[in-house]
Design a binder for this molecule. Structure first.
Ligand SMILES: Nc1nc2c(c(=O)[nH]1)N[C@H]1C(S)=C(S)[C@@H](COP(=O)(O)OP(=O)(O)OC[C@H]3O[C@@H](n4cnc5c(=O)[nH]c(N)nc54)[C@H](O)[C@@H]3O)O[C@H]1N2
Ligand SMILES: Nc1nc2c(c(=O)[nH]1)N[C@H]1C(S)=C(S)[C@@H](COP(=O)(O)OP(=O)(O)OC[C@H]3O[C@@H](n4cnc5c(=O)[nH]c(N)nc54)[C@H](O)[C@@H]3O)O[C@H]1N2
Ligand code: SF4
Ligand SMILES: [Mo]
Length: 680
């Protein structure tokens, strides 16, 4: 049979490669060898043919005239964006010879890979690259920018990334979107909630610092002060225990520490909690009683609450709530923070951990990249950036860009576009899009694994991550068979993993045949969790050992003393992180970067709706357009979207965000910073 690539015309199955929980099944329409239309695969059991506007237009990105076609070498100043075409041979020779010199003088740890999930395919995001950098002995990057604090927090309570099956949420009667802007970031959860609302009369509650699109979709929107969600959850617990709204049989059978918790939450009385959170005593009672009486209830825990100094504890605390009312044993009851452990593959084999000879190779937290590029000792001499855009997405952006400006830093960027980061590169390599490669994908929300087989030829001279790291391995004389394996062999090996019983029946061959396969999931209860006790840990001995509060606790944000406003720079609807931010159509949908501010604050600061404002702190400044109203509480300002693609660096909101680390896992604290605002 002809491969998809060989067929010039037809409709081919595909999967969305973007870092989005929905991981939609797609159909690519091809005419004369080119993709002309992208639609959702109507047969995909969760995404059901609906896709977002971003990806409906993705073929325009694939064939964008700005897309990189061949390797480049810098001829202008760093950051300026002046390059000239070179051959792959010259590019690879330059990298190999510079790296050999660097390794001779400073050792391999002076080279740093920097990547994230511009493409979620495992071979390209954490397969061949890991093999290569392990073998090279480069510094290891801790990939902490997204969800690690919440992941670890959730695990203290639940023992792993295991929530309920989102397909079951059509049975929920109460759905709480907590710190998640799902209309923009998890649209199929909205569709399922809408179905529950229609069929079940489900009530939908949104708890957020911003009256965003998801808040408007809700039956009840509860605005809250940033970083105070654990206090709200503890206040709910206080009322549930006080009013006997708990499921004591469930607590007895499936949890540890409920007696200690009951005692502990007495301090979180409604008045105290109202003062911390900005949620009134009346609303707090209303919310707690709703949660204590409506069943099944489901909490969709978002990323927003964990991009804070106390982010891990926020998620750890909220994750305790479903146990109090015994939700986990009801269909459609429980929570999802993430579900990635259901589809866990054999990462050791895929990433070839054995190739890393020095197990103590230094680790660098990606959230502190600015600090690392400028101050770490011994210094980083070279950075290879792929599938990420740190000049825009990393916190404390001015410091990051100052690091990227270093003349002695040899920087390589592999991307589809000349991103803001690529402008600082010495060598730029063109990346193939996911539709041009073979890879396998697992959603971190629904339970389906999917495969991508190449549908179109590589654009220009572009190459996939897998290909680039194979070529570099060859140049550097790495002879291990790990660098010879085909994509099919890598997928087969990764999926051969008896360690994860949920993977039963999922193999490379089956995926090729079926396109998507569901994990063999069973309800979590009755059953044993992967916590120490096998139960839900309301009291965690593990945390106690690590000198963390063993019971859920409210810990205030760090006050960085930088002005009166809590600054939340969240994602927007039409970009995906900085992806699409360089595209005029997507920019025009979003119009321009704005700053939501409360009416009362605006009056006090003399700022009118629609006027330009200067937003600043000790890290730097931005210029944004003020939107005045009641979309945020007093003392809070919110902007959306990681804007780039213009020469105006005043819109790079991460200039203002702190690069401190969260309470757990070295997570990012994008939303815990403070700023001042004045009329421009
Ligand atoms: N359209 C679109 N979709 C995306 C992305 C995108 O950029 N654009 N990014 C993708 C990625 S990588 C991720 S990680 C996910 C993230 O998607 P989500 O899980 O939705 O997380 P965020 O959008 O970061 O934040 C969610 C909400 O948290 C709110 N928030 C901030 N601080 C607090 C707080 O202290 N308490 C409460 N209750 N709310 C708070 C913000 O106002 C925001 O509305 O989305 C993915 N999908
Ligand atoms: N202020 C603020 N900052 C944030 C966030 C926030 O909410 N607020 N969110 C944070 C979060 S949750 C995340 S996950 C990060 C995300 O940050 P990043 O992972 O850096 O995400 P993107 O900005 O989408 O950049 C991905 C890049 O990968 C490229 N790419 C796509 N496919 C491939 C491929 O196959 N190969 C190669 N080599 N390149 C490819 C794309 O063209 C794009 O330039 O941003 C974080 N930054
Ligand atoms: S970005 Fe998300 S919603 Fe849009 S097509 Fe991809 S997976 Fe689906
Ligand atoms: Mo993320």
């Amino acid at each position: 049979m002809q491969s998809y690539i060989q067929q010039q015309n037809g409709i081919f199955p595909s999967v969305c490669s973007l870092d989005c929980p929905d991981q939609c099944g797609l159909l690519l329409h091809k005419r004369d060898g080119k993709i002309v239309k992208i639609e959702g695969d109507p047969n995909h059991p969760v995404t059901k043919g609906m896709i977002c506007n971003k990806v409906r237009n993705f073929h325009k990105r694939i064939y964008d005239e700005k897309r990189l076609e061949y390797p480049l070498k810098r001829i202008g100043k760093k950051g300026e964006g002046n390059f000239t075409r070179i051959s792959w041979e010259e590019a690879l020779d330059t990298i190999a010879s510079r790296w050999k010199k660097i390794i001779d003088v400073d050792g391999p740890e002076s080279i740093l890979p920097y990547s994230f999930y511009g493409n979620m395919g495992y071979l390209n995001a954490e397969g061949m690259d890991r093999r290569f950098f392990h073998r090279l002995g480069a510094s290891r990057l801790e990939r902490t920018i997204c969800s690690v604090a919440g992941l670890i927090g959730y695990n203290y309570t639940m023992g792993g990334s295991f929530g309920i099956d989102p397909e079951d949420t059509i049975h929920s009667k109460l759905i709480i979107f907590w710190g998640i802007n799902a209309v923009s970031t998890n649209m199929h959860q909205i569709a399922l909630a809408q179905q529950a609302r229609k069929e079940n009369n489900a009530k939908i509650v949104v708890i957020d610092v911003h009256r965003n699109q998801t808040a408007k979709f809700a039956d009840w929107f509860i605005p809250i002060m940033p970083g105070t969600d654990s206090a709200l959850a503890l206040g709910i617990m206080h009322i549930l225990f006080a009013e006997n709204l708990t499921d004591d049989e469930f607590l007895q059978q499936y949890t540890v520490g409920h007696n200690e918790l009951k005692e502990h939450v007495k301090q979180y009385d409604p008045k105290t909690v109202a003062k911390i959170t900005g949620v009134s005593v009346t609303d707090l009672y209303k919310l707690a009683r709703l949660y204590g009486t409506v069943s099944p209830s489901y909490i969709r825990i978002g990323n927003g609450i964990q991009h804070h100094d106390n982010g891990g504890m926020n998620v750890r605390t909220i994750a305790c709530l479903p146990a109090l009312t015994g939700q986990w044993i009801k269909k459609g009851g429980g929570a999802i923070k993430g579900n990635s452990d259901y589809l866990a593959h054999n990462a050791k084999v895929l990433q070839r951990h054995d190739l890393l000879r020095n197990k103590r190779t230094r680790k660098i937290n990606m959230n502190a990249i600015g600090e690392a590029l400028n101050f770490i000792d011994p210094p980083i001499r070279s950075m290879f950036v792929y599938s990420s855009n740190p000049a825009v997405v990393a916190p404390n952006g001015s410091l990051v860009r100052r690091g990227l400006e270093r003349e002695d830093l040899f920087t390589i960027v592999h991307d589809l576009f000349l991103t803001e980061t690529a402008k600082y590169a010495d060598i730029v390599l063109p990346a193939a899009s996911s539709f041009e490669n073979t890879d396998f994908y697992a959603s971190y929300w629904h339970h389906y694994m999917q495969i991508q087989q190449p549908v179109i030829e590589h654009y220009g001279e572009s190459k996939s991550n897998v290909e680039v790291f194979k070529l570099l391995a060859e140049k550097l004389g790495f002879e291990e068979e790990a660098f010879q394996e085909t994509e099919a062999e890598m997928i087969a090996a990764a999926l051969d993993y008896p360690g994860n019983p949920y993977l039963k029946g999922i193999s490379y061959d089956e995926l090729v045949q079926k396109q998507y396969i569901k994990a063999e999931v069973k309800p979590l209860f009755p059953g044993r969790l992967k916590t120490q006790s096998g139960k839900i840990e309301l009291f965690s001995k593990k945390m106690e050992k690590l000198k963390l509060p063993p019971l859920p606790t409210y810990i205030p944000l760090v006050n960085d003393g930088d002005g009166p406003f809590q600054f939340v720079a969240a994602p927007n609807h039409h970009f995906l992180n900085s992806t699409f931010a360089n595209n005029q159509m997507h920019q025009s949908y979003e119009k321009e970067p704005i700053l939501h501010m409360n009416q009362k604050d605006a009056v006090q600061k003399g700022i009118e709706d629609g006027s330009m404002v200067r937003v600043w702190n000790h890290r730097g400044e931005c210029r944004l357009k003020a939107a005045i109203g009641e979309n945020v509480l007093q003392g809070v300002v919110v902007t959306q979207g990681l804007w780039e693609g213009t020469d105006d660096r005043n819109r790079l909101v991460n200039t203002l965000t702190p690069d401190r680390l969260a309470d757990m896992g070295g997570g990012a604290v994008f939303f815990s910073g403070k700023v001042d605002v004045e009329k421009d």
